[in-house]
Design a protein around this ligand. Sequence first.
Ligand code: HEM
Ligand code: HEM
Length: 238
Amino acid sequence: MELADFLGLVHPVIAVFFVFPLIGIVVNYAWATRQRRLQAKSGDKSKIPASSGVEHKKLGSWLTGAIVGLVLIGLAYPIGKNLITNQVWGKAPFQVIFILLMFPATIASLVFLYRANTKLWRAVFATLTGAGLIILGFQDGVFRRDNEWYWSHYYIGMAAAMLMIFSLAIVPEIYKDKSHRWRLIHTVLNCLALVLFLGQSMTGTRDLLEIPLSWQEPYIYKCDFVNKTCPVPPTSLK
Ligand code: HEM
Ligand code: HEM
């Protein structure tokens, strides 16, 4: 396997080996947190450990970082491939510098979001982190599948990432709000996030199936993807 193809596997491997198991653990603690709260509310003595809420929050924070990191890697590969194959540095060096700066800027915004205490700064850094991902997502090379956006690995992944960033930003609200309104908003939105993660597992594996190995590209990209036909090789002349 060539290096370019191998690098394309970094994002799927991290998703499968690290991120999806983490989603499983976070959801397990989420379920325990809710069950424990409801049991306590109805006056029952719960056997679920009191630490489940804290563990959910701790691993949930990890999950936000993991998803933002995964999206950045997923974007870095097609953007980088486009910059190199189209030799963009020679034509538009400032665009290359801008793109290269957007990656650390997005990561820095997320780091500040983890550290922000006031509502205003949490809103600012959540917006900046989300904006960083979207700006990078608009760069050339990223396959957004605009004509089938509802089935696009890009759009579903971006929506899931926004929900994770929002979850991290509203943690203090969930704890402060005695009416449980923020808790309910969080639960409903993240049940949707779970459906989006299912979508990512399906669209990601489909994309792996569709992307050719680099030595196959010149042949595969001659195909007509709308009519699903490929040029027939000329029969050998006798
Ligand atoms: C797939 C992702 C997630 C799902 C399905 C999920 C779901 C839930 C559920 C069901 C609860 C309990 C609600 C209740 O008590 O009725 C909860 C609580 C909470 N979640 Fe999440 N969540 C997810 C991700 C996250 C993330 C990324 C964070 C960010 C740090 C987070 C932070 C919290 C916090 C702070 C609580 C309150 C915990 C407590 O009561 O001690 N969650 N979540
Ligand atoms: C929570 C999980 C995931 C998220 C948030 C996510 C997000 C993304 C994003 C934003 C991109 C860049 C846009 C694009 O090219 O479509 C991308 C690319 C990609 N992802 Fe994922 N992804 C996830 C899981 C997976 C999984 C499980 C697989 C496969 C097993 C996968 C395979 C791919 C592939 C093949 C690409 C294309 C890279 C290219 O354009 O050459 N992803 N992902």
